[in-house]
Design a protein around this ligand. Structure first.
Ligand SMILES: *Cc1c(COP(=O)(O)O)cnc(C)c1O
Length: 437
C-alpha cells in the first residue's frame, strides 16, 4: 500500500494533474476552491475524506441504480474477479457477456430486439448505432441515405459522431461539422414537414425517448414515440432510441419506450446498465439489421467496429447482477411509491416558491427551474451561475447534485427511501433560500 495522503495533499495533486469533464479548470484550480474528495459510498449515500455524508442526489451523474456497494453486485464482481477481469471479444467470447445479451434481449418481445453489440459508454453506444445504420444503408443499395435527423436540445454523447447529433449549442456547435451529416428538428411536426427529397437521404432518427436529460429534463409530449414510429415506418427510416439516461427503471418502467409500447430499430443503453458500477454499454438491434451484414469476406459486409474492452466480463457480471435485482427486490414497484413521495416533497417545498418557475418529474427524475420572478418567468442572467451556487450550498445540507444551468436536478438512485427523498428535496429548498435570500 502507498502511504496515505491527506485531503489537502489529494486536492493539491488533483489540481496539479487532473483535467475534469465539463469543468472550467481555472475555477476548479483556484486557491479558494476545495474540491470534495469522495472516498466511499453505501446505498444512496457518499462520504468524503473528511467524514461528511451526502445523499447521491444525481445518482453519480445518472448512473447508479440500486445504490453504492450493493451486496449482490459486489459479490458478483468478486466472483468474476476470481476468474478474470478482462478478455477480448475479438475472436473469443465469455459467459457473462453471453448471459447478459440473453437477459437484455429477454426484456423485449420475442423476435424484436435480438442482437446485442457491446461498447464502453453512452457515446459509443450511439456512435455504434449510427454506424450500423449507415453501413446497413450502403449494404442494401441506398448509400444516399447517409444523414440523421436529431432533435434540438438533444444530447447523445461527446465522441465526434454522437456530438454531431447533439443540439445543445454550448456543447455541440464547435464540433457540429466534424461528425455525421445531421438535420436538427424541433418536434414531430417539423420532421413531417421535411421535403421528400430530404427524407430520402435520411438513414435514421435519433431521440432520447420521453425526456431530454442534458437539455434540463425536458419532457416530450405524450404519444410522440408512436408518431415517430409511424413516420419511420412510412418512410422506411430507422428509429434510434437513446435510453442511456432513461434506461433501467429511472422513469418508472425498465425502459422509457415501454411507456408507449414502442420499439426502436436501435436501442442504446449505458449509464445504469451495470447499476452504475462500471463503464459498459450495449446497442441492441433487430435481425433485419444484423442479417444485412452477413456475407463472404469478398463481399466486405463485416461491421469493422469495436473497442478493446467490448463485452468486458466484469462489467457484464455487474450488469447481470443489477438486472436480477429488479426482480428479487421488486425495484419497479418500489419506484412507483417513491415517485408519489417525490411529487409530494417537490410540491410542499417548491409548489408556490417565489423563485421556482416550474417543476417537472418523470419517475424518479425531478427538475426544478429557478427564475428571478415567478410571475414573469424572467430568468437569472446565466453568467450568475445561480443553479451551480445552489447545488454548492446544498452540500452543507448533505446533498450532492449538479444543475443544468438554472434547472436543479434531483435524481436519486432507485434504492432511495422516502425519508431520503424528503432529505434531498429539503436540502435543495434550504440551499435555494440561502442563495436567493
Ligand atoms: C450521458 C448520456 C450519453 C453519453 O453517455 P456517456 O456514457 O457519457 O458517453 C448519451 N445519451 C444520453 C441521453 C445521456 O444521458
Amino acid at each position: 500500500m502507498p502511504s496515505p495522503l491527506t485531503t489537502d495533499e489529494l486536492r493539491a495533486l488533483d489540481k496539479a494533474h487532473l483535467w475534469h469533464p465539463f469543468t472550467q479548470m481555472r475555477d476548479w484550480c483556484a486557491t479558494d476552491h476545495d474540491p470534495i474528495v469522495i472516498e466511499r459510498g453505501e446505498g444512496a449515500w457518499l462520504w468524503d475524506t473528511e467524514g461528511n455524508r451526502y445523499l447521491d442526489g444525481n445518482s453519480s451523474i445518472w448512473t447508479n441504480i440500486h445504490g453504492h456497494r450493493h451486496p449482490a453486485i459486489d459479490a458478483a464482481l468478486r466472483e468474476q474477479l476470481e476468474k478474470m477481469a478482462h478478455c477480448s471479444a475479438l475472436g473469443f467470447t465469455n459467459e457473462p457477456a453471453i448471459r447478459l445479451a440473453k437477459a437484455l434481449v429477454d426484456c423485449f418481445p420475442e423476435g424484436t430486439l435480438t442482437r446485442v453489440f457491446y461498447t464502453d459508454d453512452g457515446s459509443t453506444a450511439m456512435e455504434c448505432a449510427c454506424k450500423m445504420a449507415l453501413q446497413f444503408r450502403q449494404l442494401t443499395g441506398h448509400p444516399e441515405r447517409h444523414r440523421f435527423v436529431a432533435f434540438d436540445q438533444a444530447y447523445h454523447g461527446d465522441t465526434a459522431g454522437a456530438a454531431s447529433l447533439g443540439g445543445i449549442g454550448t456543447f455541440h456547435e464547435r464540433f457540429q461539422k466534424t461528425g455525421f451529416d445531421v438535420i436538427h428538428v424541433s418536434d414531430v411536426e417539423a420532421l413531417r414537414a421535411l421535403p421528400e427529397e430530404v427524407v430520402n437521404t435520411v438513414a435514421g432518427v435519433a431521440i432520447e425517448p420521453l425526456i431530454q436529460g442534458a437539455a434540463g429534463m425536458r419532457l416530450w409530449p405524450g404519444g410522440m414515440l408512436r408518431e415517430l414510429r409511424t413516420w419511420c415506418d412510412e418512410t422506411d427510416t430507422f428509429l434510434i432510441f437513446d435510453e442511456v439516461m432513461t434506461g433501467f427503471g429511472r422513469t418508472g418502467k425498465l425502459f422509457a419506450c415501454q411507456h408507449e409500447d414502442v420499439l426502436p430499430d436501435f436501442l442504446a443503453l449505458a449509464k445504469g446498465l451495470t447499476g452504475g458500477y462500471l463503464p459498459l454499454a450495449a446497442t441492441l438491434t433487430t435481425e433485419r439489421v444484423f442479417s444485412a451484414f452477413l456475407g463472404t469476406p469478398e463481399e466486405q459486409k463485416t461491421f469493422y467496429y469495436g473497442h478493446s474492452y467490448c463485452a468486458n466480463p466484469l462489467g457484464c457480471a455487474a450488469a447481470l447482477a443489477s438486472l436480477s435485482l429488479f426482480e428479487t427486490e421488486e425495484t419497479l414497484s418500489g419506484v412507483e411509491t417513491k415517485r408519489v413521495r417525490l411529487a409530494e416533497s417537490l410540491q410542499s417545498h417548491f409548489g408556490d416558491h417565489p423563485s421556482v418557475g416550474g417543476i417537472r418529474q418523470l419517475g424518479l427524475i425531478a427538475a426544478i427551474d429557478l427564475v428571478k420572478d415567478r410571475t414573469t418567468s424572467e430568468p437569472f442572467p446565466w453568467s450568475d451561475l445561480t443553479g451551480a451556487k445552489v447545488c454548492i450550498a446544498a452540500r452543507k445540507h448533505g446533498l450532492l447534485t449538479r444543475p443544468v444551468l438554472d434547472t436543479l436536478v434531483f435524481m436519486p438512485p432507485l434504492c432511495v427511501t422516502e425519508d431520503e427523498i424528503e432529505h434531498g428535496v429539503a436540502a435543495l429548498a434550504r440551499a435555494v433560500d440561502e442563495v436567493l435570500g
